[in-house]
Design a protein around this ligand. Structure first.
Ligand SMILES: Nc1nc2c(c(=O)[nH]1)N[C@H]1C(S)=C(S)[C@@H](COP(=O)(O)O)O[C@H]1N2
Ligand SMILES: [Mo]
Length: 364
C-alpha cells in the first residue's frame, strides 16, 4: 500500500508526489465534486514536514516597525474573538503543472500536479485586519510577512529560513483570515494547526500554515518565496508582473459519462470553473476541437473566491475521435487562453483543457 510521510494510506482519493523533502498529495475526483471539499480529501503541500505544535504553548507574535506595539496572542485569546467564516478555495500556484508537458510539450520541474491541488473549505477564524488594528498599525506600513513554524527550508545545503512570504498591506487589510478551523473542526496538522492564513483568491503559498509570527514593516522586504519561487522566471518575465498574487481563471472537465460516449445517446458533461478573486461569468464547451462552442449551465454556489459547477448534455452525432474543450470567463472579463504563458517553474497553468474522446457506433 502506498503511504504518505505521516504513514497514512494513500489510495483512492489521493495521488502522491514525493517532492524534494516533503510529500505532496492531490485530490483526485472520479465523479461528482461536492461544493465543499471534505478535509480528508483536501490536497496537501508541505515544503518540509508538518510540525507537531502544542496548542497550549503556542503563541502568535505580531512584530515589526509597522505596528505601534508588539502583541502576543495565545490560542485561547484568539478563540475568544468573534469568529468569521469564509467559503474559499485554496489553490497551489503549480496546480496543473503537468499539462505544461502533457498539453504544451514543455515539461516543467516541480510537483507534477494534475488539477487536484485546489480545494474549497469553510475557514473560520479572525480577520487579520482586526489583529493588525489591535497592534496599532502605522499609516506607512506596507507589508505583513507571515512566518511558519515548520522546519527551516534547506535545499542543496542552502538554508532559506522559515517558510514566509510578504503580503502587501492592502490585501492583508481586505479579506485575509487567521483561520483556526477548517470545515467546522480545528485545523488538521497538515493544514496548519493551530493557525494559518487564508488569503482568498491568491496563490496558495500566501496562505502560510503553522503561523508563528506576523512581521509588519514600513519598508518592502523580500523572501525566497517571492524572489526565487512563486515568481515568474524565464524569457519575457521581468518587473512587477512577475511577482505572483492573484490567481487566473481556470476550468476542468470532471465527468463525461462511463466508458466511451455513443452516437445518439446523451451524456452529461460536467466539471468546475474558478477564478480567484472573481466569480465565474460563463463556461463554454466545444465537442469538436474548438470549432463550435456551447454555453454550459452553471450551478452550485459560484461565489467570488470559490468555484462553480457546470454541466452540459451532449449527444454525439458521429463516431470516431473528438476533442472536448472547456473554457471559462470570469466576472472581470478574463478568459482562458489556448496556451498557458510559459515560465521556467510551470506556474499558473490556465490554458483551455483538451480532452480527446472516442465516440462509438451504437450497438457495438
Ligand atoms: N508554513 C508553511 N506554509 C505553507 C506551506 C509550507 O510548506 N509551509 N505551503 C504553502 C503552499 S505552496 C500551499 S499550496 C498551501 C497548501 O495548503 P494545504 O496543504 O493546506 O492544502 O500552503 C502554503 N503554506
Ligand atoms: Mo503551493
Amino acid at each position: 500500500m502506498l503511504r504518505d510521510r505521516e504513514g497514512r494510506p494513500v489510495g483512492d482519493w489521493f495521488d502522491l508526489h514525493a517532492h524534494e523533502t516533503g510529500a505532496d498529495v492531490e485530490t483526485r475526483w472520479d465523479g461528482p465534486v461536492p461544493c465543499v471539499t471534505p478535509t480528508e480529501r483536501f490536497f496537501v503541500r508541505n515544503h518540509t514536514t508538518a510540525p507537531e505544535i502544542d496548542p497550549g504553548a503556542w503563541r502568535l507574535l505580531i512584530s515589526g516597525d509597522g505596528v505601534q506595539r508588539e502583541t502576543v496572542w495565545s490560542l485561547a485569546d484568539l478563540r475568544r474573538l468573534t469568529s468569521v467564516t469564509l467559503e474559499v478555495a485554496l489553490e497551489c500556484t503549480g496546480n496543473g503543472r503537468r499539462f505544461f508537458g502533457d498539453q504544451q510539450g514543455t515539461p516543467r520541474p516541480g510537483t507534477p500536479w494534475r488539477f487536484g491541488a485546489i480545494g474549497v473549505a469553510r475557514w473560520s477564524g479572525v480577520p487579520l485586519s482586526q489583529l493588525l488594528d489591535h497592534a496599532g498599525l502605522r499609516r506607512d506600513a506596507v507589508q505583513v510577512t507571515p512566518v511558519g513554524l515548520d522546519d527551516r527550508y534547506v535545499v542543496d545545503g542552502v538554508d532559506h529560513g522559515r517558510v514566509r512570504r510578504p503580503l502587501p498591506l492592502p490585501k492583508a487589510m481586505d479579506d485575509v483570515l487567521v483561520a483556526l478551523d477548517m470545515n467546522g473542526e480545528p485545523l488538521a496538522r497538515d493544514h496548519g494547526f493551530p493557525a494559518r492564513l487564508v488569503v482568498p483568491g491568491w496563490v496558495g503559498i500566501a496562505s502560510i500554515k503553522w503561523l508563528g509570527e506576523l512581521r509588519v514593516t514600513r519598508t518592502e522586504v523580500d523572501s525566497p518565496w517571492n524572489t526565487l519561487w512563486y515568481r515568474m522566471h524565464g524569457p519575457g518575465w521581468e518587473g512587477a508582473d512577475a511577482e505572483l498574487g492573484r490567481l487566473p481563471v481556470k476550468s476542468v472537465l470532471d465527468e463525461q459519462g462511463d466508458g466511451d460516449p455513443t452516437v445518439g445517446r446523451e451524456v452529461r458533461l460536467a466539471g468546475r470553473a474558478w477564478a480567484g478573486e472573481a466569480a465565474v461569468e460563463r463556461v463554454e464547451v466545444s465537442t469538436d476541437g474548438g470549432r463550435t462552442w456551447r454555453r454550459a449551465e452553471l450551478d452550485g454556489d459560484n461565489l467570488v473566491n470559490g468555484w462553480a459547477h457546470w454541466e452540459l448534455p451532449w449527444t454525439p452525432d458521429r463516431a470516431g475521435d473528438h476533442e472536448i474543450r472547456v473554457r471559462a470567463t470570469d466576472t472581470t472579463g478574463r478568459t482562458q487562453p489556448d496556451r498557458a504563458t510559459d515560465n521556467d517553474d510551470g506556474y499558473l497553468f490556465d490554458a483551455v483543457m483538451r480532452h480527446p474522446v472516442r465516440v462509438r457506433e451504437p450497438g457495438r
